[in-house]
Design a binder for this molecule. Structure first.
Ligand code: ZN
Length: 134
């Protein structure tokens, strides 16, 4: 069985981390799938999806990580579309995660959450959740 759902997000800042774990769990419940795999995938080139902890200090530290790719550092892409830093930060964080589905739930560790990262907002965004299993 396969179930696919798009989650719409309105981001409000240039850089923003949104905990979408609840939305992914909702899509999983709607699928009725009990055992399998859930893929969470962003269809944008300046956003990311990752799994990690949602502690408030760590959310600020994620921004610090992104400073490894500073804005306007002479990138080629900035000649046509001044957001090369956002594309490169998206590559750094990754565009999808695959999470095992066990007994109808996401098999996440105690502190693990699913995050959507806006890296060139604010914008309207869509994240796809695709669940495969039985
Ligand atoms: Zn661009």
């Amino acid at each position: 069985m396969l179930h696919r759902k798009a989650i719409s997000l309105s981001t409000s800042r240039a850089t923003q981390f949104i905990d979408i774990t609840g939305e992914v769990e909702k899509a999983l419940r709607e699928s009725g799938i009990k055992e399998g795999i859930a893929t969470v995938y962003t269809r944008h080139t300046t956003t990311a999806v990752f799994v990690n902890e949602g502690e408030s200090g760590l959310l600020r530290d994620y921004k610090r990580l992104l400073s490894l790719v500073p804005e306007g550092a002479g990138y080629e892409h900035d000649r046509i579309d001044r957001n090369a830093h956002a594309h490169l930060r998206a590559v750094l964080l990754g565009g999808s995660v695959a999470i095992p589905v066990v007994n109808g739930g996401l098999d996440l560790g105690t502190w693990q959450r699913v995050f959507f990262a806006e890296l060139d907002g604010p914008r309207q965004r869509r994240v796809v959740v695709q669940v495969i299993g039985e």
